[in-house]
Design a protein around this ligand. Structure first.
Ligand SMILES: [Zn+2]
Length: 482
């Protein structure tokens, strides 16, 4: 068996076992490894760099909308969790506790943060006195811990990385505006940067963040038809302000509670990125997030090698100078065919080949990871050609993902129709819902699908509840989810 052939068989085909495919790909591409602590993973450099690229672009968007970063401690006193009843009920089962340190039992147990509304609330009550102190717009990049029973690398792990924004405002209107602004920041980021189309909407009450008045989400479809919640934004009303005494003197010199928000996106985005774009050959990374955008591979006989490699190095310098993330693989002991497979598996969006004949003609060959399209372009115009092709790949990936989602979505009138669809193929189902928790629960029990959100822009308003047949209050998107 040739080396090339052997290589491909190491990845389970998606159609055979999607979860197996996912694990094969992320391990083989060296994005992560399992750690000795159950449910926790190591982000290897290839995986961590994806997170760094995500961070950089999201952080820019947060700052453009007026936010600043800060860092709060990861240990939260137990008493903080008792202050907001719904919050403690939601998070208690997943909290790890520190009960002793330096050989002594602590007077008060400390939780390792699962999210930081309580810690921010405590500090905001000290910092905010007057309307002049508002709004407070702070984001934190941090790790959080939620002790999960069932884990899946990147998508659900006991410790994960994320950002959490926490803001305080004078009134409901401003806080709601902020909630929607950040939801939109997430939507734009995920679509523009990760080439993942999302459904934007409001969560049903049973799926709300513990302690929120309203929760909004963006939901993405994976290639197995399941959903990943890719970001959430919460309007918290005055609930945390009351619990933590975040008050200010308004313009009439009256004490008022602040209205607060929180919003977060996490390393789940990496899992979504892989499951939306990957294929049987491995990862497929949109150029904007790819650690390596272009891999350059010199080809041709050994006697002409030095000449070819020399020219490759010159072109490399040009691309690098233009800001393209580019690498050269000029290893002599590895065949070009093996390298082609290797970088396809790693999801590098564009391959550049240069051989002796291309040298003579003053051209290079560009090959798209996504479509396989080959383009012969002039070396003189290389930077512009590469930039154009990367831009095409980026937009093509979003279009392809949109098409996939539309091919795997269905609008139904009854739960039986929904079951028939989900037996035939996985995907998103849009249906009417009367608003009762019982009907929502029945959908979950009978189909395994949960309500993802109430989309702002449903494809059609469904008049009847899919379960009880009463008039529907909302059109809801249901799906099985990670
Ligand atoms: Zn109903």
């Amino acid at each position: 068996m040739s080396k090339d052939k052997q290589f491909v068989t190491e990845i389970t085909p998606q159609s055979e076992d999607f979860s197996r495919w996912y694990i094969d790909v992320i391990k083989k591409a060296e994005l992560m490894d399992y750690s000795p602590v159950r449910g926790c993973i190591v982000f290897r450099p290839e995986g961590y760099e994806l997170w760094e690229n995500i961070q950089r672009d999201l952080d820019r968007r947060f700052k453009e909308t007026g936010h600043r970063n800060a860092y709060f401690p990861m240990f939260i006193p137990e008493s903080f969790f008792q202050k907001e009843k719904e919050h403690v009920e939601g998070f208690n089962p997943e909290l790890p506790w520190v009960t002793e340190a330096a050989g002594e039992k602590l007077e008060e147990r400390l939780a390792v943060r699962p999210t930081s509304e309580t810690m921010f609330g405590h500090m905001y009550s000290k910092w905010i006195q007057s309307y002049r102190d508002l709004p407070v717009l702070i984001n934190q990049w941090a790790n959080v811990v939620r002790w999960e029973k069932r884990t899946m690398p990147f998508l659900r792990t006991s410790e994960f990385l994320w950002q959490e924004g926490h803001t305080a405002h004078e009134n409901e209107e401003e806080a709601r505006e902020e909630t929607m602004r950040m939801l939109n920041v997430y939507r734009e980021f995920v679509e523009e940067f990760l080439a993942i189309p999302v459904i934007v909407g409001e969560k049903t009450p049973s799926e709300r963040f513990a302690g929120a008045v309203d929760t909004y989400s963006i939901e993405a479809m994976m290639k197995d038809g399941k959903a990943v919640q890719a970001g959430t934004s919460h309007y918290l009303g005055t609930k945390f302000a009351v619990a933590f005494d975040i008050k200010y003197l308004d313009r009439e010199n009256t004490l008022q509670f602040c209205h607060t928000t929180s919003w977060g996106a996490s390393t789940r985005l990496i899992g979504a990125l892989i499951m939306v774009h990957g294929d049987d050959r491995g990862l497929a990374l949109p150029p904007k997030v790819a650690p390596t955008q272009v891999i350059m591979i010199p080809i041709g006989p050994a006697k002409l090698r030095d000449q070819v490699v020399g020219r490759v190095d010159e072109l490399y310098a040009e691309l690098k100078k233009a800001g393209v993330r580019v690498r050269v693989d000029d290893r002599a002991d590895v065949s070009p065919g093996w390298k082609f497979n290797e970088y396809e598996m790693r999801g590098v969006p564009l391959r550049l080949e240069l051989g002796p004949r291309d040298m003579e003609n003053g051209v290079v060959v560009l090959v798209s990871r996504i479509t396989g399209e080959k383009r012969i372009v002039q070396q003189d115009n290389l930077v512009a050609e590469v930039e154009a092709m990367l831009a095409e790949i980026q937009s093509g990936m979003l279009e392809k993902a949109k098409q996939f989602r539309s091919d795997n979505s269905r609008s139904v009138d009854t739960i039986d129709e929904m079951k028939a669809f989900l037996e035939e193929q996985r995907g998103f189902v849009e249906a009417g819902w009367c608003g009762s928790a019982a009907c929502e629960k029945q959908v979950k029990e009978e189909t395994g699908a949960t309500s993802r959100n109430i989309p702002f822009e449903p494809s059609a308003q469904k008049p009847k509840c899919l379960v009880c047949g009463d008039d529907s209050k909302h059109t809801v998107v249901f799906a099985r989810a990670y």
